[in-house]
Design a protein. Structure first.
Length: 1074
C-alpha cells in the first residue's frame, strides 16, 4: 500500500484525472453536470473500494476493461491467478461470473471452470455474489434453451443485483437487458424484447468493444425486423453508427489534447484557438480537427442491407452486399448470418443458394440454418416453377420440417404456417407434413393461420380424389367447411388476428401480395377439387373455379394441369348429339372476354341452330335457273298441277315455296314480317295481277300443294337470279342455303352461260348435289341437236352436275295435266326420266343428303367460331405479354428512389425561402443576427409558409412523376400526401418553423449564407423523415404493381388458358368427330 499515494484509488483515480484534464473539451453547462456525476461516482467507488485488497481491485478493474473491450478470455486468465489467494473475495467471484457471462453470451463459447465458480459462490453469502445469478440465467438460455427459466431467474435476482458495486451493477444491468431481450425474442414477445434491447443500448459504456456493440446491434435489428418495424430497424443501425462515430470523435479529441499538453509550448500554439465543441442529441462531438473514418463497418453494412432488403429496396441492398467480404474466414456468425439473409432477400436464386449452403455447412444441425437454406432453395426454384418445371421439393420440405421439430414452443405456430405455405406452393401433402401441421393445430386449438387450414382441406381432398369414392371419401369435418348449397361451393374462412406473420423478414408469409394471391388461389383450387367429387356433371363449375385460381396465382401449376386434363362428357357420333353439344358450347360463349369481343360467335350459333332446323325439316329441293328458262313450268310438271304462276314479268316475279298441305291456299310473307292468306281460287289472279309496288312488299309466298308427287318434300321456285332485285336476291340465296338439293334448269335457247357456271360451282362447293335439266328441247331441230347440247353441258359442267337430262317441261305439264282431267295422253310421260333421277339422286337418299349438308354446315359454324375464339385468345395472350413484374419493379424502384432524393433535396432547398422570410419580417438581420424574438403572429406566418412550400414541392414532384410512372404516382398520392399533411400539421402544432429560426437565427451574424447553411442543417431531420416515409412505400409499390399486373396481365393470361383448354378443346373434339 506504500506506493498507493500516487494513485490512491487505482484505475478510478486515473479516470478522475483524465476527466479533469479534458475539462475544457465540454461546454460549461455540460461539463458541470458531467463533473457532478463523476464526483458522485468517485465517492461511491471510494466507499466500495474500502476493504477490497489492492490486487483484487486492480485485477477486477483491468478484467472489466478487458471484458468490455471484448477480451473475456484474457480477463478470465487474469482473474483465475487470484483464486488460490483470494477465493473468499466476493468482488473476485462476481468478476469471474461476469466474465463467464461475456464468454457465453458475447464470445459464443463455453466458459471453463463453471463448476469451480459455483462451488466458490456457494461458500459465500449469495447476496454478495449476485452476479452468479447471471451465469445461471445465461446457461438456461444458451445451453438449456429455456427462455422462460432465464426470465424467471432474472426476475428473482433483480433486487440482489443492487448489492453489486456500482461498476459491476452497470455491467450486470447491461448483461441482464441483453439476456432478457434474447429470452423474450425466443418467447415471441416482441414489445418486451425491443424494450429490453433499448435499455441495453442505453447502458452501453463508452468503452464497450465490438462484441457488446455488435450483439446489441444485431439483437435490436433482428427483433425489430421480426416485428415488421423496418423504419425503426434502419434507425437502430444509423443511431448505432452515429454513436460509434461520436465516441470515436471524443476519443480522438482526448488524444489530441493529451498530445497538446505533453508536446510543449510549440504544439499548444499549433492547437486551434477555438477548441470548444458542442454535443448534439446523440452525444456527437463535432471537432473540425478530428479526422474520423465515417464509413459504415462491415456489420453495419450487412445489417443495413438486411433492413433495406426487408423494406423492398433490393437494388441498394444488393449493392451493399457486394461491399461485404466474400471470404468466410475470420467472419463472425452474426455477419455471416446477415450476409446470407441479404443474399436470400435481395439477390438472384443462385447467389442466395450458394451463400446459404456455405453457411449451412458450418453447422449442418442448426435448425435456423436449415430453414435459411430451404428458403434459398425455394427462391432458386421460383424461375423453374414459373416455367412449369417441377420443384425439387423434398429437401426443402424436409429442412422446414426439421426446423419445426427443433423449434421452441413459442415459435412453432409461425414456423408451421410457413411450412404450410411452402407445402401449398409446392403441392406437398405427404403424411409427415400433414402430421406435423396437425400437431400444431391441436396445440393452438385451431387458432392458426389460413395456410394450415387450407393444407388440411387440400390434403383431405387429395386423398378423396385418389380413392375415387366421391364425397363419401372426404373427411366429414372438412366437408363441413364447404357450404352445402353448391356447386358453386364456398369455403368458409376464418379471420386472422396476427398483424405480423412468419418468424422473420425472410418468411414468404411476409410478402403480403404473394401470400394473398396464394391463399385466394388455394381456396378456389379447393372449391374446384370439392366440385370434382360431385362427378363430371359439374365440369363447368370446376372450370370456373380453376380459372379463378389461376387469375389469383398464375404460377399455380396444378390448376393448369387440372384445367388441361378436364374431361367433358363424351359426345356420341349421332348428328343430333353433335348439334346439341355445339349449341350448348356456343350458347355459353360470352359476347366479349375482358373487353375483347368474340366477333363471330353469335353468327356461328345461328348457323348451328339453322343446321338443327334443317335436319328436322322435310327434304327441300330448290329449282333454279336464269329467267325464262321454264322453271315455273318445270315446277308445275314436277308437282303434276298448275300451282306456280307462269309467264309473269321479271319485276313482279316472286319466290314461291311449295309445301305439302291440306288445301290449295297460300300465305304471303311480307318484308315487314306480316303475313296474309290467299284463298286457293284467288291465288292465280293474285299472282298474275301482282304489280311492282306490291311485289316489292313481298318477301316470299308459301303455297300449299295436295298432290302425292314428291311426298313431303318442299319445292322452292326461285325467279332467275338475273331477274331479282337486291333484296329478293338476298332472300333467294337464303332459301337456296336451306335447300338440300338443287335442280338447275338450262334453256335450250341459251345453253350454259358463264353466270350459270359460276353459281353452279358455288352450289357444288356448298356440298349440294345438283341435277341439270336441259329444258325446251322441243324447239331444237332434231334429236341430235338435243343430245349434242346435253353432252356439251355435261362436258362443261360435269364436275358440278350429277347428271344432265333433256326435257320439254311444257310437254310434260300438258301430259300430266291431261291425266288430271281424265284424258289419256298419247305416248310415255316425258317427265318420267326426271322422276327417276330425282328418286335416284335425291328422294332415296333424303336422310343422307340432309345429314351430309347438316354436318357440313355444323363444321362451317364450328370452324367459324373456332377462328373467332382463337383470335380472341391470341389478343388476350398479346395483352398478357406485358412487362415482367421484376423488370417493372426495378423500373418503379429506380423511379421511387429518384423521387425520394429529389424530394429530399427540394426540402433542404427551403432554407432559402425561410432565410428570405426571416429577413423580410425582421426577425433576423444579416450581419447582426437575431434582431428580436419572434412572436405568435410570426410563428403562424412561418408555419403556414413552410407548410405551403413543402406541399407545393410535393405536388410538383408528383406532377413530374405522373408522366413517368402513373402507378407509382397514384400510390404516393394515396399514401404519402395524407402522411405529409399530418406531418406538417404536427410540426406546426409544436412551432417547428419558429423554433428553427430562433435556434439558428444567430448564424445571420456572419451573413446570409451562414444563415442558409444553418437552416439547411435544421431542415435535414424533416427532409430525412420525408425520404424515409417515401422509401417505406417500396412494399406497397410492389403490391400496387402486382395488382396492376393482375388486372392487365394475369387475368388475360388465365382467361386465354381457360379458353384454350376448354372452348377450343371442345371445338376440336366436335370437329374431330365430324
Amino acid at each position: 500500500m506504500a506506493d498507493d499515494d500516487s494513485k490512491p484509488f487505482g484505475e478510478t483515480g486515473k479516470q478522475a484525472r483524465d476527466w479533469a484534464r479534458n475539462f475544457k473539451l465540454k461546454a460549461v453547462g455540460d461539463t458541470l453536470g458531467e463533473w457532478a456525476r463523476k464526483v458522485r461516482d468517485y465517492a461511491v467507488e471510494v466507499s466500495e473500494s474500502v476493504g477490497v485488497p489492492e490486487a483484487v481491485r486492480d485485477a477486477t478493474e483491468q478484467a472489466r476493461a478487458m471484458r468490455l473491450a471484448g477480451g473475456a478470455g484474457q480477463a478470465r486468465a487474469l482473474l483465475r491467478e487470484l483464486i488460490d489467494t483470494h477465493k473468499d473475495e466476493p468482488a473476485l467471484i462476481n468478476a469471474l461470473a461476469l466474465t463467464a457471462v461475456h464468454e457465453r453470451l458475447i464470445d459464443k463459447r463455453a466458459p471453463t471452470g463453471l463448476a469451480v465458480l459455483r462451488e466458490l459462490a456457494e461458500r459465500l453469502d449469495t447476496k454478495k455474489v449476485a452476479a452468479i445469478h447471471l451465469v445461471e440465467a445465461t446457461e438456461a438460455l444458451c445451453v438449456a434453451d429455456q427462455p422462460e427459466e432465464t426470465i424467471e431467474i432474472l426476475r428473482r435476482s433483480d433486487r440482489a443485483f443492487e448489492r453489486l458495486s456500482s461498476q459491476d451493477l452497470s455491467e450486470a444491468r447491461l448483461l441482464e437487458h441483453l439476456l432478457a431481450a434474447a429470452a423474450h425474442r425466443r418467447l415471441g414477445s416482441p414489445d418486451r424484447a425491443i424494450r429490453q434491447v433499448r435499455k441495453a443500448a442505453a447502458a452501453l459504456p463508452p468503452s464497450a468493444g465490438e462484441g457488446l456493440r455488435h450483439l446489441t446491434l444485431v439483437i435490436g435489428v433482428d427483433q425489430l425486423l421480426a416485428d415488421g418495424r423496418m423504419v425503426e430497424a434502419e434507425r437502430w443501425v444509423t443511431t448505432a453508427h452515429q454513436r460509434r462515430l461520436a465516441q470515436a470523435r471524443i476519443t480522438a479529441a482526448h488524444e489530441h489534447m493529451q498530445r497538446v499538453e505533453s508536446g510543449g509550448e510549440h504544439e499548444r500554439e499549433a492547437a486551434p484557438e477555438d477548441d470548444t465543441a458542442t454535443i448534439d442529441d446523440v452525444g456527437t462531438v463535432h471537432d473540425a480537427a478530428s479526422e474520423i473514418d465515417e464509413q459504415l463497418t462491415v456489420l453495419e453494412k450487412a445489417l443495413l442491407a438486411r433492413v433495406l432488403a426487408a423494406r423492398g429496396e433490393r437494388t441498394r441492398a444488393a449493392a451493399l452486399l457486394e461491399e461485404l467480404p466474400s471470404d468466410d474466414a475470420g467472419l463472425d456468425t452474426m455477419l455471416l448470418d446477415a450476409r446470407v439473409r441479404v443474399a436470400i432477400a435481395a439477390t438472384n436464386g443462385p447467389r442466395a443458394r450458394q451463400e446459404a449452403l456455405r453457411y449451412l455447412q458450418l453447422n449442418a444441425q442448426d435448425p435456423e440454418r436449415l430453414r435459411l437454406w430451404a428458403l434459398a432453395e425455394l427462391r432458386y426454384s421460383q424461375p423453374a416453377a414459373a416455367s412449369g418445371d417441377k420443384l425439387a421439393t423434398g429437401p426443402v420440405i424436409d429442412s422446414l420440417l426439421r426446423a419445426l421439430e427443433l423449434a421452441p414452443a413459442h415459435a412453432r405456430a409461425a414456423l408451421a404456417q410457413e411450412l404450410a405455405h411452402v407445402a401449398l406452393r409446392c403441392e406437398v401433402f405427404s403424411e409427415p407434413v400433414h402430421s406435423a401441421l396437425a400437431a400444431v393445430r391441436r396445440e393452438q386449438r385451431d387458432l392458426v393461420g389460413e395456410e394450415l387450414r387450407l393444407h388440411r382441406v387440400r390434403t383431405a381432398l387429395q386423398r378423396a380424389l385418389r380413392e375415387q369414392r366421391g364425397l363419401a371419401g372426404l373427411d366429414p369435418e372438412v366437408a363441413k367447411l364447404f357450404d352445402e348449397a353448391g356447386p358453386p361451393y364456398r369455403l368458409r374462412t376464418q379471420p386472422e388476428l396476427a398483424q405480423v406473420l412468419g418468424p422473420d423478414e425472410l418468411s414468404p408469409l411476409r410478402d403480403p401480395l404473394r401470400r394473398e394471391c396464394l391463399v385466394a388461389a388455394q381456396r378456389e383450387l379447393a372449391i374446384a377439387e370439392r366440385t370434382m367429387l360431385d362427378g363430371p356433371a359439374h365440369v363447368d363449375a370446376v372450370e370456373r373455379a380453376l380459372v379463378a385460381a389461376l387469375i389469383q396465382d398464375p404460377e399455380l401449376t396444378v390448376a393448369r394441369q387440372r384445367l388441361a386434363e378436364l374431361r367433358r362428357p363424351v359426345v356420341s357420333e349421332r348428328l343430333e348429339d353433335l348439334l346439341a353439344a355445339a349449341t350448348e358450347l356456343l350458347a355459353k360463349l360470352p359476347d366479349e372476354v375482358l373487353g375483347l369481343p368474340i366477333r363471330e360467335a353469335p353468327r356461328a350459333l345461328e348457323m348451328v341452330i339453322a343446321a338443327r332446323e334443317r335436319l328436322a325439316r322435310p327434304l327441300t329441293i330448290a329449282i333454279m335457273g336464269e329467267f325464262s328458262a321454264g322453271k315455273s313450268t318445270f315446277v308445275n310438271a314436277l308437282l303434276g298441277e298448275a300451282v306456280a304462276p307462269m309467264g309473269v314479268l321479271p319485276t313482279t316475279n316472286t319466290i314461291n315455296v311449295f309445301r305439302r298441305g291440306t288445301g290449295r291456299g297460300a300465305r304471303v310473307h311480307y318484308r315487314d314480317g306480316s303475313i296474309s292468306t290467299v284463298a286457293a281460287d284467288e291465288l292465280d289472279p293474285y299472282l298474275r295481277n301482282l304489280d311492282d309496288a306490291e311485289a316489292n312488299r313481298v318477301r316470299h309466298l308459301e303455297i300449299d300443294r295436295v298432290g302425292e308427287r314428291m311426298g313431303d318434300a318442299a319445292v322452292v321456285d326461285t325467279p332467275g337470279l338475273n331477274a331479282l332485285d337486291e333484296y329478293h336476291e338476298k332472300v333467294a340465296r337464303a332459301f337456296i342455303e336451306e335447300a338440300d338439293a338443287v335442280v338447275w334448269i338450262f334453256s335450250a335457247t341459251q345453253g350454259g352461260t358463264a353466270t350459270e357456271a359460276g353459281i353452279l360451282s358455288e352450289l357444288r362447293e356448298g356440298g349440294r348435289k345438283v341435277l341439270g335439266v336441259l329444258n325446251k328441247v322441243d324447239i331444237l331441230d332434231s334429236e341430235g341437236d338435243r343430245d349434242e347440247l346435253a353432252s356439251y353441258l355435261r362436258e362443261q359442267l360435269g364436275e358440278v352436275l350429277v347428271e344432265v337430262l333433256p326435257l320439254s317441261a311444257s310437254a310434260a305439264l300438258t301430259h300430266r295435266t291431261g291425266e288430271l282431267k281424265g284424258a289419256r295422253p298419247a305416248g310415255d310421260d316425258p317427265f318420267a326420266i326426271i322422276d327417276d333421277a330425282l328418286e335416284r339422286w335425291f328422294l332415296q337418299h333424303a336422310r343422307e343428303l340432309k345429314q351430309d349438308l347438316t354436318r357440313r354446315r355444323l363444321r362451317e359454324a364450328l370452324e367459324l367460331a373456332q377462328a373467332s375464339v382463337q383470335a380472341t385468345v391470341e389478343a388476350l395472350e398479346a395483352r398478357a405479354a406485358g412487362e415482367e413484374l421484376a423488370v417493372a419493379l426495378a423500373r418503379a424502384t429506380a423511379a421511387l428512389g429518384k423521387f425520394s432524393e429529389d424530394l429530399h433535396e427540394g426540402l433542404l432547398g427551403l432554407d432559402d425561402l425561410l432565410t428570405r422570410e426571416a429577413l423580410t419580417i425582421g426577425i433576423v438581420e444579416a450581419g447582426e443576427g437575431m434582431r428580436r424574438k419572434s412572436d405568435e403572429q410570426d410563428g403562424e406566418y412561418l408555419e403556414a409558409t413552410l407548410e405551403d412550400a413543402a406541399m407545393r414541392l410535393l405536388q410538383d414532384e408528383l406532377g413530374r412523376l405522373t408522366s413517368e410512372h402513373e402507378v407509382l404516382a397514384n400510390l404516393l398520392v394515396e399514401r404519402l400526401v395524407p402522411w405529409a399533411r399530418g406531418y406538417l400539421a404536427g410540426l406546426a402544432a409544436r412551432g417547428f418553423a419558429r423554433e428553427l429560426i430562433s435556434t439558428h437565427g444567430r448564424a445571420a451574424k456572419r451573413g446570409e449564407k451562414p444563415l442558409r447553411d444553418a437552416l439547411r442543417s435544421g431542415l435535414r431531420p424533416l427532409a430525412d423523415d420525408w425520404r424515409v416515409a417515401t422509401r417505406e412505400q417500396f412494399r406497397e409499390l410492389e403490391r400496387a404493381l402486382a395488382r396492376a399486373r393482375q388486372r392487365s396481365i394475369t387475368a388475360p393470361r388465365a382467361e386465354a388458358l381457360r379458353m384454350r383448354t376448354s372452348v377450343l378443346v371442345g371445338f376440336e373434339g366436335l370437329l374431330e368427330v365430324l
